[in-house]
Design a protein around this ligand. Structure first.
Ligand SMILES: *Cc1c(COP(=O)(O)O)cnc(C)c1O
Length: 587
């Protein structure tokens, strides 16, 4: 599946005209812009930051999300409430004069966009266009279509996806970009394929596409699927699809095999019209192939943008030892030779910074000498936030033997996810019940970019306890690794590839149920993590530099974007074809 070339990789081989157009429902663009909810958005932002660093000709589309995702508040009992995060695109972006329209139900909705210029380390710019329907002339309802990330019901979602996919594809055109390949980051943008097909057919929803038309669309699209959780794949009923997209389009999509179990399935639609598709870790691709056996699905393992997630003290250490690491993350492999003392000292500064933030937010003063675990992520039931409390007596014994144990939690539950909200309450109740002078547990409000950076850099061990095989990749453990922080995790997602037992962290072994897996978690803490933490500090320092050298040098978007470029956007055959076309054009 992967093209090979005897020529060394060179950006000279990009077709000189045309861009990759990247589409994502959420993108973590700037810490001051609430345009993301979690892992998918952070990955999208890190992808674009690396594309800008590497000079990849790429432009991106998302929605403005004028009212953001939500700001989380937790009361003393752990009950979550949500506040809108209103922001003003004009504070960060430039309004483009271009306008396009999309049809939603029986209305024509006008769409504009705001441009945010993401500037890479060498000065290359990746423009991000935030689509916005808040325009005079649109109805009150339509003006709100680009307000709430993952808000509202499935009707609202389908309407947003029309704006993102069809509006985005048309906007790329209106802005004058010549698009070589459209990358759908998740199925949310899959309707862009319909817009491409309709533009081939002369603009209207009618007309029957030929095999050649379909091949042209496929040639221009690639797709990344992001979750093995079935409910994470958007599906819309025939009734909804007819009402919102129209009867002709619905019939067309059904005929073209984009329905699954009687519903329009956005993953199916994206797969149907992509020449290349991938999952986000080796195992996730396998699981995805089992879910959609009729399609070829490759794997490109996720990464994180190193300069964004490495703490200031670790950055200073890296700059002093091998300065090219920002340009080429492979230099991080040289961390294998770092003096233990240096990495321990840099981490101690990051830990102090985290504990100062904990104190400022909660009034709880944690001890910098005590082993500190971090657990922060979107609170979904499969992530099992309460697994650590499965046997509180046992946890307390371990804490006592360790001379103290501190656990820092954070995470938001989707406003409509009642089981997720109940889990947060449970963690906060357990924290109050089991916390004492030996075992200290805190839950921090409003997990976001800034808190994520502090936590992954400042704790001693990053814990992850998903139920297999539902973690597609996970990226927070990669941020930890780039800071030299080892993981203690279930062998799921990226950790299957990243775990070298005792060198980069530890695996929680598979069990028949939560009780068995919690038992393995306790055993690893008791027999591996705590003894090493209590041993001579150099031993922990060695673990940290191994983690940074092995996992930091690989699980980054610098490597990942190169893989997308070579395997998805411009495999060698396509580059050669584009060259022939360009030469013909020049003649
Ligand atoms: C990195 C990050 C995530 C994704 O972490 P996972 O390991 O995939 O759960 C989610 N939210 C925030 C704020 C992050 O920084």
């Amino acid at each position: 599946m992967q093209p090979t070339s005897s020529k060394p990789f060179s950006y000279e081989t990009f077709p000189s005209a045309g861009v990759v157009a990247y589409f994502s429902m959420e993108i973590a663009i700037n810490p001051g812009m609430p345009t993301y909810s979690g892992g998918l958005g952070v990955l999208a932002g890190d992808t674009l930051r690396s594309a800008a660093d590497l000079g990849v000709p790429l432009v991106a589309f998302t929605l403005a999300h004028r009212k953001g995702y939500f700001q989380q508040r937790l009361d003393l009992k752990g009950v979550q409430s949500e506040e809108v995060q209103q922001w003003n695109p004009s504070d960060f972006c430039i309004e483009e004069p271009a306008r396009v329209t999309v049809s939603v139900e029986d209305r024509i909705v006008t769409v504009r966009c705001w441009r945010y210029d993401l500037i890479g380390r060498s000065g290359h710019v990746v423009p991000i266009y935030l689509l916005d329907t808040d325009l005079e002339g649109n109805s009150g309802w339509d003006r709100g279509l680009t307000d709430h990330l993952y808000g509202g019901d499935t009707n609202y979602r389908l309407q947003q996806e029309i704006v993102l996919g069809m509006g985005g594809a048309r906007m790329a055109n209106a802005l004058g970009h010549r698009v070589n390949v459209h990358h759908m980051n998740e199925g949310h943008a899959a309707l862009l394929t319909l817009a491409l097909l309709e533009s081939l057919l002369g603009g209207g929803p009618l007309g029957a596409p030929t095999e050649a038309d379909l091949a042209l669309v496929r040639q221009a699209c690639v797709f990344t699927t992001h979750t093995p959780v079935p409910a994470g794949h958007d599906r819309f009923s025939t009734e909804q699809t007819i009402r919102i997209l129209g009867g002709d389009r619905t019939a067309r999509l059904e005929k073209l095999g984009c329905f699954r179990d009687g519903m329009l399935n956005m993953t199916q639609l994206a797969l149907r019209f992509s020449r290349y598709a991938n999952g986000v870790a080796l195992q996730h691709a396998k699981v995805s192939r089992a879910m959609f056996p009729e399609f070829a699905i490759d794997s490109i393992t996720n990464g994180v943008h190193a300069p964004t997630w490495v703490s200031e003290p670790i950055q200073e250490m890296l700059d002093a030892n091998f300065s090219p690491w920002r340009r080429d993350n492979l230099y991080l492999r040289n961390a294998i030779d770092l003096p233990e003392k240096e990495i321990l000292a840099a981490h101690a500064r990051a830990k102090d910074e985290l504990l100062a933030e904990v104190a400022a937010r909660t009034g709880q003063v944690l001890n910098a000498k005590v082993l500190t675990l971090g657990f922060a992520r979107r609170v979904a039931t499969y992530k099992r936030a309460t697994l650590l409390f499965n046997d509180p007596e046992r946890l307390l014994e371990i804490a006592t033997a360790a001379g103290g144990l501190q656990i820092i939690y954070a995470g938001k539950a989707h406003p409509q996810d009642e089981p997720g909200k109940a889990l947060i309450q449970q963690v906060i109740e357990d924290a109050a019940k089991f916390s004492n002078h030996v075992l200290r547990i805190v839950y921090l409000e409003n997990y976001d970019w800034g808190l994520g950076a502090l936590l992954t850099a400042g704790v001693d061990v990053w814990v992850n306890t998903p139920k297999r095989p539902y973690e597609a990749s996970g990226t927070s453990g990669m941020k930890a690794a780039l800071n030299g922080v080892p993981s203690l995790s279930i062998l799921d997602g990226w950790w299957i590839e990243g775990c070298i037992e005792g060198f980069t962290g530890w695996a929680i072994e598979d069990g028949a149920d939560d009780v068995e897996e919690a038992a393995s978690l306790y055993k690893k803490l008791e027999t591996a993590v705590v003894p090493l933490y209590l041993a001579a500090p150099e031993q922990w320092g060695r673990l940290m530099r191994n983690t940074l050298a092995f996992n930091g040098s690989y699980f980054n978007t610098n490597r990942m974007v190169k893989q997308y470029t070579r395997n998805a956007y411009y495999p060698v055959k396509l580059i050669e074809q584009a060259k022939v076309e360009e030469e013909a054009f020049a003649d």
